[in-house]
Design a protein around this ligand. Structure first.
Ligand SMILES: [Zn+2]
Ligand SMILES: [Zn+2]
Length: 401
């Protein structure tokens, strides 16, 4: 029993100090860049039909889900091709990008390059083959009715829209039917919008310790005894609390929040905090999975478990590629964060990571699912094909190196 508690506390500390604090810093940096750059790419993509899949892939590559989320309405409105949508979804890695940048920046760079090389030709191929599941919603018979609905909800927003306009045929779906910003009267809103500064302070303290630990400083043997454990465990606890309060479980980025973020620097700080809390919680779960696997595999002896894991890895490599691509089918970033974190712990081969990165669509699939079911189901299936092919190719290349 005490061993189990030790594993839980140890995982909470390590997940926060080794990964989450860096995720928070990277997330805030890109949140700020997004805020400054807001929507420039979105405008350019509508105007350059020829290069759409390329621009889509670049937008997909931006860390996090924001870029891909803004692309989705454009497809539904008939402004970009289906191939562009596919290219964007292949390139996007969602929130797990933040974990990979924090734990293994070079791998992240490599994954981005491969994803881009796969995304662009696939996008053009889809368009050349004329694959497109549905006509644009704007041209549909229902459009008028949807616009009427949209008009009823417009006065609740005082920020810019990306990929669609105030009160158009998808406004109602994106701002009322699916999850968006929390209601201002809710407890969750109050806590996340008042408490975000406390969260950043805990994260900043953790970041200092995290950097010290990178330089081999024993952060539990400083003036204040067990400081690393105290900050690490409370950091994970606060993250779980913030995650529950922001009601983000499988996915975290929503269309509405993405728009609000680029309209206000304060909201960027708030929602980067809730996003970090979301990722931190999933990273913690991944650490638990890792530690308990080692414990079980080794029958209680850590070093035996590590050895056993290495053995399992070499025999299950091919299966891991398949699993990576299949997990990518699940919409939302949470499960993908687990997968990438396990990669950082050496539990998953690179080929499986690339299969997952290509297959997964981040949180962008949620709004698409609400607007156009067919397009989103086909997109999930289509992105799995290159994921498997490239994953297998890299698996065999790795075998012969
Ligand atoms: Zn909107
Ligand atoms: Zn907010």
């Amino acid at each position: 029993m005490s061993e189990i508690i030790n594993i839980i506390l140890g995982s909470a500390e390590d997940a926060f100090i080794q990964v989450s604090v860096f995720v928070g810093a990277v997330l805030l940096l890109f949140g700020y860049i997004n805020y400054k750059q807001s929507g420039k790419f979105i405008e350019s993509i509508e105007n350059s039909k020829k290069f759409q899949p390329i621009i889509g892939a670049v937008l997909g590559l931006t860390p996090g889900c924001g870029g891909a989320i803004f692309i989705m309405p454009l497809y539904v409105k008939g402004k970009i091709t289906y191939g562009t949508l596919i290219a964007t979804l292949i390139a996007t890695m969602g929130d797990s990008a933040f974990v990979l940048i924090s734990t293994s920046p070079l791998t992240y760079l490599l994954i981005s390059i491969i994803s881009f090389i796969v995304a662009v030709p696939t996008g053009y191929l889809i368009d050349r083959m004329g694959i497109a599941p549905k006509v644009a919603i704007t041209k549909s018979k229902k459009a008028k009715e949807l616009r009427e609905k949209g008009k009823k909800v417009i006065n609740q927003s005082n920020y810019f829209h990306y990929g669609h306009n105030e009160g158009d045929e998808i406004h109602n779906i994106l701002h009322k039917e699916i999850k968006g910003h929390q209601k201002e009267s809710s407890l969750g809103y109050y806590i996340t919008h008042k408490g975000f500064l406390v969260y950043w302070i805990v994260l900043f303290l953790g970041l200092i310790l995290g950097i010290m630990a990178l330089f081999q400083v024993d952060i539990n043997g400083l003036q204040i005894k067990s400081l690393g454990a105290i900050i690490g465990v409370s950091g994970t606890a606060v993250s779980i609390f913030m995650m529950i309060m922001s009601r983000k479980f499988i996915g975290d980025d929503t269309h509405e929040e993405s728009e609000i973020k680029v309209s206000s620097l304060k909201e960027t700080f708030i929602h980067c905090a809730t996003e970090t809390a979301f990722v931190a919680t999933w990273v913690f779960f991944a650490y638990l999975i890792y530690e308990f696997s080692i414990l079980i595999l080794g029958g209680g002896v850590y070093s035996v478990g590590v050895g056993m894991l290495a053995k399992v890895m070499t025999t299950a490599g091919l299966l891991a590629v398949l699993v990576g691509a299949l997990i990518g089918i699940i919409p939302g970033c949470g499960p993908q964060v687990i997968f990438v974190t396990l990669y950082s712990k050496g539990m998953i081969p690179f080929a499986a990571l690339i299969a997952n990165a290509i297959s997964q669509d981040g949180d962008a699939l949620f709004p698409l699912l609400a607007m156009d079911k067919k397009a989103s189901l086909w997109a999930t299936i289509i992105t799995t094909i290159p994921a498997l092919l490239v994953g297998l190719l890299i698996f065999f290349i790795e075998m012969f190196i």
